[in-house]
Write a protein that binds this ligand. Structure first.
Ligand SMILES: [Ca+2]
Ligand SMILES: [Ca+2]
Ligand SMILES: [Ca+2]
Length: 437
């Protein structure tokens, strides 16, 4: 036997951390002796980084993945690893480096939860031939509802945590991705992805690239026979010369949550049927009769590309700046947007950064939704020749956002990916409205 073979047969473990974890030093210093730490760069693809580290390695006994989680996904590096990323090609370096009967332990909240989580586990196990363990519940500090038990595993003896008990007890954070909100709520289409931004997970509707369109659409419908209020935060990028903006949409398109509209000035919602939108528009399109300043209007996305006007209410500036000029919203900051529906008076009202606009009073069910009293809701974004990164963020711990009953996560990747055949949407269930304010 050659000496280098003896060296390579030294069994080892690698703990791979997402750099954005709170209190990371507690976890790093609390590793078992002999476990190699690797902290991933947040701006680079995790699978590429892990493959580089595993290249030419053999007999790795355990890989520990530590990052924020949600059902069927773990947030490592630039974007989350979801079922769509688990391919034989991507995981060949893992398979080559792992020892027989090796373990992959995933420390992220709820990664193994539900059908989506189970499918993620099964595919990872199949492609790596390792024992895979993860949790169906939150991981982390007990005060936040967490623990450190990886309860989902086919082989409990293979679950040997890399982080020592004292460090687990001392860890203050929780490895939850989304404040129990957006992953369960939305299907992401087109360019939309979930990204971690300074420790908070947000939906990036468009990257800062040309000709993008993305939507985040609810998996459950919202009921127009009840009153509701939605409150979210929107950001439009920081290039005033950029474009095109974000639209809130309500719709009853036959494609349900699995649709993205046209890009550019149509804000990712153009062409979605049986729909109504509120736009926050950062580019004056002459062909759409836009004013030259950043503006808002309620409009009909079906009318884009027709001879009819899209606008229903008069386009209005979103606020005023210190010089009493129309407010520029391409400042990089998040603005609070609140949208409410009064069923008795058929009134759709909304505010942006505290400014209220002319409400729309009309029978949306008959006029816009082809008779449907329950419709999908969500957000679209578009870029054209001019670009900006455009994002939706949810107010942490704020239950003014409409909540639904528990859902499988459905996340489509960039482009026109087919959503993996898991979970259901458009099953006719009604969103449960909590704490309407
Ligand atoms: Ca602009
Ligand atoms: Ca526009
Ligand atoms: Ca602007």
């Amino acid at each position: 036997m050659k000496p280098q073979t003896l060296v390579s047969q030294h069994l080892t473990e690698i703990a791979i951390f997402d750099s954005r974890l709170d209190d990371l030093s507690t976890l790093l210093t609390g590793l078992n002796p002999g476990v190699e730490p690797l902290v991933l760069h947040s701006e680079e693809d995790a699978l590429v980084q892990i493959a580089a580290v595993l290249a030419n390695r053999q007999n790795i006994r355990a890989l520990h993945l530590i990052g924020h989680g949600a059902p069927g996904m773990i947030f490592l590096g630039r974007s989350p690893i979801t079922l769509n990323h688990l391919t034989a090609t991507q995981l060949q370096p893992w398979k080559d480096a792992l020892a027989p009967n090796a373990s992959i332990l995933i420390y992220g909240c709820n990664v193994a939860e539900g059908k989506r989580g189970a499918a993620f586990m099964t595919r990872l196990q199949y492609l790596t031939q390792a024992h895979v363990a993860a949790s169906t519940t939150p991981i982390g500090n007990a005060a936040h509802g967490g623990n450190w038990e990886l309860d989902a595993t086919p082989s409990p003896h293979a679950v040997r945590l890399a982080i020592q008990p004292a460090a687990r007890a001392a860890y203050s954070g929780i490895l939850m991705a989304l404040d129990d909100l957006s992953a369960d709520l939305f299907t992401l289409n087109g360019s939309a992805v979930i990204e971690n931004e300074g420790g908070t997970n947000i939906i990036r509707l468009t990257p800062d690239e040309t000709s993008q369109s993305g939507t985040a659409l609810s998996n459950s419908k919202i009921d127009l026979t009840t009153d509701w209020t939605l409150t979210v935060e929107l950001a439009f990028g920081s290039n005033d010369g950029g474009a095109d903006g974000i639209a809130f949409i309500l719709h009853n398109d036959p494609a349900g949550a699995f649709i993205v509209g046209r890009d550019g000035g149509e804000l990712g919602v153009g062409g979605i049927q049986n729909s109504l939108a509120i736009e926050f528009d950062t580019l004056g399109n002459q062909d759409l009769n836009d004013p030259g300043f950043d503006h808002t209007t309620i409009l009909d996305p079906e009318q884009y590309g027709t001879a009819n006007p899209t606008t229903i209410t008069v386009p209005t500036q979103l606020g005023v700046d210190a010089n009493n000029n129309p407010l520029n919203i391409e400042t990089g900051q998040y603005f609070v947007v609140s949208i409410s529906w009064n069923a008795a008076t058929n009134t759709l009202a909304y505010s942006f950064d505290g400014n209220e606009f002319a409400p729309l009073i009309r029978d949306l069910v008959a006029t816009d939704f082809n008779g449907a009293t329950e419709v999908f809701w969500g957000f679209g974004g578009g870029t054209g020749a001019a670009t900006n990164p455009q994002s939706v963020r949810f107010l942490a711990g704020d239950d003014r956002l409409i909540r639904t009953d528990e859902r499988d996560v459905i996340v489509a990747g960039a482009g026109n990916d087919t959503v993996v055949g898991l979970g259901g949407n458009a099953d006719g269930e009604t969103a449960v409205v909590k704490s309407v304010m």
